[in-house]
Design a protein around this ligand. Sequence first.
Ligand SMILES: Nc1ncnc2c1ncn2[C@@H]1O[C@H](COP(=O)(O)OP(=O)(O)O)[C@@H](O)[C@H]1O
Ligand SMILES: O=C(O)C1=C[C@@H](OP(=O)(O)O)[C@@H](O)[C@H](O)C1
Ligand SMILES: [Mg+2]
Length: 178
Amino acid sequence: MNIADEKRNVYLVGLMGAGKTTIAKVLARRLAYQFVDSDHEIEARTGVSLPTIFEIEGEQGFRKREAQVIADLASLSGRVVATGGGAVLRPENRERLRGSGLVIYLDVPLQTLCERTRHDKNRPLLQVSDPLLKLKELHEQRDPLYRSIADLVVSGSRISAQAVLQLLVKEMEKTWKR
Ligand SMILES: Nc1ncnc2c1ncn2[C@@H]1O[C@H](COP(=O)(O)OP(=O)(O)O)[C@@H](O)[C@H]1O
Ligand SMILES: O=C(O)C1=C[C@@H](OP(=O)(O)O)[C@@H](O)[C@H](O)C1
Ligand SMILES: [Mg+2]
């Protein structure tokens, strides 16, 4: 039996700009899993962009849609899922992520997150006068939540997909042997 046979989902969590979407795509290809981004899924279901959802329904409307997508994905297997940075806020999401796969927290310095997201208008929560301060506040609130569900924490300003893949495969082997 190959370690990939088990095919529990893999979830990437972390703040905006941590590289969840970017790294999940590479991991999925390498593991021959299917790549899913929960934000893209929400956009596909609604037919509008994420900023438009925030504009019309507010953050809470978006969170409700996000929770539905996470519930749906948790019932599937063989997916590498890039979650949105706030997916850990709802306890039911945390339980579902934790219960249906392996969770990897990409822990990237705030300055790097700020630089990476500075020119991107698609993150409504960062369209403020001081995005670094906003990221600091989000980090204070969310870092404990990410850690509470993470099987793996990968830290650094230049996390490579290759490094994550190596740790992930080791972790999968461990889980499989249990
Ligand atoms: N490991 C990385 N090293 C350098 N730049 C990265 C890395 N991962 C992502 N980026 C860049 O940072 C930005 C945000 O990445 P993204 O994958 O969208 O993050 P997230 O989904 O966590 O918000 C993108 O412009 C992406 O090209
Ligand atoms: O941190 C957040 O609350 C959010 C992160 C975004 O995803 P990324 O983390 O992929 O940027 C997206 O879900 C939305 O803008 C809200
Ligand atoms: Mg993303």
